[in-house]
Design a protein around this ligand. Structure first.
Ligand SMILES: *Cc1c(COP(=O)(O)O)cnc(C)c1O
Length: 521
């Protein structure tokens, strides 16, 4: 049991447990473990209000991205909770969750959180999340979802219009990983359909062309789709990781000579590490000539679709066969919210499967067929995540979202300038989006020392909980990485974190000098 909430009956719980009153339910009353029904609607409203008050209080008082990752302490807290005992009631369970989970969570809205591609979330989407969870719509079949299906379809159309597809289609997914898998699955099915060889033989000859910088889900999808272990080919890229269209052309010619079949070219609009956008229009031209499926992974860069100032960076995306967009990255949506979009609606049909209890094949062919989204999805039961984007567009408007994306890209440019002007740091290249790669390396510090300090600096900051930065390795060299996704974070906020990095780096240098002197003596 948690230290915070000793195992007691609910009425003995300490009053310190957030805002949640901790009165016990009378034995046999509906409030303990009750279903959300008409009878419990008042309890639902009370409980949710209290939970919201509790989390709002956290947001008001959180003063660091985390408390620090003392894993032994967290393991003790988690292990101490009795999952086999009798229930402690709604309020006590939620108060306990607040003390266990919320009190020890990572806070992505905090201006010193600069690490990964997980964003702070917009209010209308958070509220919509509560709405869709309560109703529990599943958007797999029309008869479980009704208007929800139509709203999702409308948003898919809206997104394909932003992409520039004339008559596209698509479906919401759980994330970019799933979107990429589905895109490559559709590409595989098209390639196999067009090949006259027996399926296993054709499958063994399929190749996916991508770059070193593409997301790992591309290579893993190839594995899941039964492709050969050497099916993924890394096309040459420029110094920042952009695919070289001429090398792509040469590789496609080589494949034709060898009798291998290019299944897809998978490019990235916003690489995870550097926010680099492959030259979409030029690559689309090469793919068109070769008749190869072009997949654009815009999981990160998708937000540029609504940016007035940066939409041009995605020029050519409308020529793709499939596009991944993660709304839970640059559209500031709560996890999960993503979509796979296709230019040619018929291509989605490769995913269609029919079950007599759900979407019988005989009905699917008829004019009055119900619009069952399960026909387009790899999932069956599926969240109505679309409601969050819907309320966001209605509340803020697309233009405002685009301005938020521009704000984080502008911030990255400013931060890069700050680092370039600072002799304590070196900065790697540029970004089309909002990442900054840098390291602490004053002039008198050699590469090996700077290399060894990257992971240490990240770890020390992480341990402190006061700031979070990420790290990565580019061409064998380790770098610290900032992923800026909070449009309210200021350059001063980031400068404060850079000062922490500097102080940590100096401390490490002083330590290693002492050690060197010690061993020299
Ligand atoms: C984040 C990311 C993904 C994976 O998306 P998830 O939503 O985390 O599954 C895929 N591609 C790129 C380029 C990404 O940045």
């Amino acid at each position: 049991m948690s230290q915070l909430l000793p195992q007691t009956s609910a009425h003995e719980l300490p009053a310190s447990a957030g805002h949640l009153p901790t009165h016990a339910a009378a034995p046999g009353s509906r409030t303990t473990g009750s279903l959300l029904t008409g009878d419990s609607a008042d309890d639902y409203a009370d409980l949710l209000h209290d939970v919201v008050d509790t989390i709002a209080a956290r947001f008001r008082t959180v003063d660091a991205p985390s408390n620090g990752p003392d894993r032994a302490r967290l393991e003790d807290l988690v292990d101490a909770v009795d999952l086999d005992g009798s229930g402690i009631g709604n309020r006590a369970a939620l108060a306990e969750a607040d003390e266990l989970y919320a009190a020890n969570a990572v806070w992505f809205h905090h201006p010193s959180y600069l690490a990964h591609l997980n964003c702070p979330v917009v209010l209308p989407a958070v509220a919509a999340e509560a709405m869709l969870a309560a109703v529990n719509t599943s958007v797999d079949t029309f008869d479980q979802s009704l208007v929800g299906t139509l709203m999702e379809q409308r948003l898919v159309r809206w997104t394909t219009e932003q992409v520039g597809f004339e008559d596209g289609d698509g479906v919401f997914t759980s994330g970019g990983t799933q979107s990429n898998l589905q895109a490559l699955f559709l590409a595989r099915e098209r390639a196999l359909r067009e090949d006259s060889r027996p399926r296993p033989e054709a499958l063994a000859s399929l190749r996916v062309l991508t770059t070193e910088a593409s997301h790992f889900s591309v290579a893993r999808s190839a594995l899941l789709l039964g492709l050969d272990t050497d099916a993924v080919i890394a096309v040459d890229s420029d110094a920042e990781g952009r695919m070289d269209p001429e090398d792509l052309r040469a590789r496609l010619a080589d494949l034709a000579d060898e009798g291998d079949l290019p299944m897809a070219v998978a490019v990235t609009a916003g690489t995870t590490d550097r926010g680099i956008i492959d030259p979409l229009a030029r690559i689309a031209e090469v793919c068109e000539e070769a008749g190869v499926w072009l997949h654009v992974d815009a999981a990160y860069g998708g937000g540029l679709l609504v940016s007035e100032r940066r939409r041009h960076l995605l020029a050519g995306i409308e020529l793709a066969d499939s596009v991944t967009v993660d709304f839970h990255k640059t559209f500031f949506q709560p996890v999960s919210s993503s979509a796979i979009l296709v230019r040619e609606p018929a291509h989605l049909r490769a995913a269609a499967w029919h079950a007599d209890y759900l979407n019988p094949a005989a009905e699917a062919a008829s004019q009055e067929a119900e619009p069952n989204q399960v026909d387009k999805s790899l999932q069956t039961t599926r969240r109505f995540d679309a409601l969050k984007l819907w309320t966001t567009l209605r509340s803020l408007g697309a233009q405002r979202l685009g301005e938020m994306v521009d704000a984080v890209c502008d911030l990255a440019t400013e931060v890069r300038g700050l680092l370039e002007a600072d002799r304590d740091f070196t900065v790697l290249g540029s970004s089309d989006l909002s990442t900054v790669l840098f390291r602490f390396q004053p002039g008198d510090v050699d590469d090996a020392t700077a290399d060894s300090h990257v992971a240490l600096i990240r770890r020390i900051l992480f341990q402190s909980g006061r700031a979070m930065v990420a790290r990565t390795t580019i061409d064998g060299t380790p770098w610290l990485k900032l992923t800026l996704l909070n449009p309210e974070t200021t350059v001063m906020d980031v400068a404060a974190v850079l000062d922490l990095v500097r102080a940590t780096g100096r401390g490490l240098l002083a330590g290693s000098r002492l050690a060197t002197e010690g061993s020299a003596r």
